[in-house]
Ligand binder design. Structure first.
Ligand code: SER
Length: 562
């Protein structure tokens, strides 16, 4: 059975059981700023467990793109991936344990004709009782081996807070004869007011939810490996075409390097498609790390320069019938990063071999600490991470003072259109404050070549009429050709001027402030590191594309230039 058929079977099976098929959400979670990436199918539905009445349907099913990078160093073995697809069925008050378990049992044993080795159920701890109901349902289904377990079979929450609850997991044997967890069925019975880490430390509280929610997740790659009776993901049809291409381009053989390159290119394709751009922080940094590892291991394989995009093309054509993948952007980002890093790699490797310390390698040669660490590990050496962190902290303190406050979230890049949108962003905030008052505070921003996104404090929907007014105001300022001027000044002076600061941002003693000047006085004064256009008439026509809720009391505007 091919992977396409497994996906299809899953969706159709649950559709027959009264589920609405929902598309995968982006890898960049739209509604949960507390997590970096989408790591589970339930994330796009998270809010529905607390407010079932908001759900598009009581029961839904999806195949979700996911990225988890905590075990990136393990990629290349049989069991770790950074990118994977998750099959999941979800219910917000439509059904309970009996249906969830019976559906899973039927799908695994009848549709896929696999044997279940054993299942787990929650043994109970603290205020959460033993899951006797699930135990009994499995017994009725004839399950012989039911293992009761603790923390490992309690799932969630993701991010800062959210739904969570006991789970029951299904294990099947793989071709190596090992038992592998293939399906995790979560019973979301609680809301946790803190992260999982806090919950485990006893610093967060569980509150019983009004309605029992169902959240299940089954990794497609793992499942397909078992269905196709293969020893690893890389032997399944999901990896066929890319592995073939890698072998074709390589001059040496190294199956671990092949796997790493294949896995990382897949991740990179999907991350770039969802708007992540290689960078030095957050998501951008993770993508950069994934791509740079791909470059390094492709180098080990003797794959010549400018070929990673050819591998990406293979991934794009494989997945384009299932996902909306933007070819050109993916190729150009991968080429750019490969080009940049090949050079760094060459120079840095020379210095590394001379034994230069990790801090200098990072700051002078652009050699990321993780890379130095990996290389050292390959030689059986350890590096002093503590020493590195300390030097880095000092270094960052110094460069922050020198480089003045960039606002949080910020710019994806410094392309001309991003810079125009950045100035438009200042005008938008000014227009919102002019219309609704100074209490409209910015709570986050994200700008790339295509659009700007601003989150701000405001407690209701903005009407179409108001949107038009704001748009017109911004366009008036644009046509007026207002100069945009940068000043450096002590922090207190900027505060006295009433310069707009981002909530929660920390600023150095000397700050940079951008003023947009009108004959009648400044239109906008913001703490900002730039860059900006020098005159608003460079911006072009401003248009609000969307206005929506981002979270409680926070609205989000997306706007573009035409
Ligand atoms: N949220 C659970 C998981 O990620 C089930 O979907 O495993």
């Amino acid at each position: 059975m091919q992977s396409d058929e497994v996906r299809e079977k899953f969706l159709k099976f649950f559709e027959r059981k009264g589920h609405k098929i929902m598309p995968s959400s982006s890898l960049v979670p739209e509604s949960d700023p507390s997590v970096l990436f989408t790591t589970a199918g339930m994330q796009q539905f998270k809010a529905y467990y607390m407010r079932p009445e908001d759900a598009p349907a009581k029961n839904v099913v999806s195949v979700q793109k996911c990225v988890r990078t905590s075990d990136i160093d393990e990629v290349g073995d049989d069991t770790h991936l950074t990118f994977f697809e998750m099959l999941g069925n979800f219910s917000f008050g439509g059904y309970g344990r009996r249906e969830a378990i019976t559906y899973a049992y039927e799908f695994i044993t009848k549709e896929l004709e696999l044997d279940i080795s054993y299942v787990t159920v929650y043994k109970g701890e603290g205020i959460v009782p033993r899951d006797a109901e699930s135990y009994n349902i499995w017994k009725e289904l004839g399950m012989q081996d039911i293992r009761e377990d603790g923390k490992d079979v309690f799932w969630g929450p993701t991010g800062d807070s959210g739904p969570c609850g006991p789970t029951t997991e299904i294990y099947c044997k793989n071709a190596n004869g090992q038992d592998v967890e293939i399906w995790n069925i979560v019973f979301n019975e609680y809301f946790c007011d803190g992260s999982r880490e806090k919950l485990d430390k006893g610093e967060a509280n569980l509150k019983k939810l009004d309605v029992l929610g169902i959240d299940t997740g089954m990794g497609l790659e793992r499942l397909v490996t078992i269905v196709q009776k293969k020893k690893s993901f890389y032997e399944t049809d999901l990896f066929d075409s890319i592995v073939v291409k890698i072998k074709e381009l390589s001059t040496t053989q190294d199956s671990k390097a092949e796997r790493i390159v294949a896995e990382h290119i897949r991740s990179a394709v999907f991350l770039i498609t969802d708007g992540v751009v290689p960078g030095n922080e957050g998501r951008g940094y993770i993508l950069r790390r994934v791509l740079r590892r791909a470059v390094r291991f492709s180098d080990n394989l003797g794959i010549p320069k400018n070929n990673l995009s050819k591998l990406a093309e293979v991934v794009v054509s494989q997945y384009k019938s299932n996902y909306d993948i933007t070819n050109n952007l993916v190729m150009s980002e991968i080429n750019k990063e490969e080009e940049k890093f090949k050079e760094t790699l060459e120079k840095g490797m020379k210095e590394f071999k001379k034994g230069i310390d990790p801090f200098t390698l990072a700051t002078t040669y652009g050699f990321p600490i993780e890379l130095t660490e990996e290389l050292a590990k390959e030689e059986g050496r350890m590096i002093d991470r503590g020493d590195y962190e300390e030097k880095m902290k000092e270094h960052q303190k110094l460069s922050q003072t020198a480089s003045v406050g960039m606002f949080k979230g910020g710019l994806a890049n410094h392309e001309p259109n991003t810079i125009k949108l950045h100035t438009a962003h200042h005008l938008l905030l000014a227009a919102l404050q002019e219309k609704f008052g100074k209490q409209v505070k910015q709570r986050g921003s994200n700008i790339n070549e295509e659009r700007l996104r601003m989150d701000f404090v405001f407690d209701r929907k903005i009407t179409d009429e108001e949107k038009k007014e704001i748009e017109n105001r911004v366009n008036e300022w644009i046509s007026a050709g207002l100069p945009v001027i940068r000043h450096e000044m002590p922090l207190e002076e900027a505060e006295k001027l009433g310069a707009e600061m981002e909530f929660g941002a920390k600023y150095p003693p000397i700050v940079s402030v951008y003023k947009i000047m009108h004959a009648s006085g400044p239109v906008s004064i913001e703490f900002c590191g730039g860059p900006h256009v020098t005159n608003t008439n460079e911006i072009g026509h401003f248009k609000i594309q969307k206005e929506e809720a981002s979270s409680q009391g926070i609205r989000r505007i997306k706007a573009v230039l035409g």
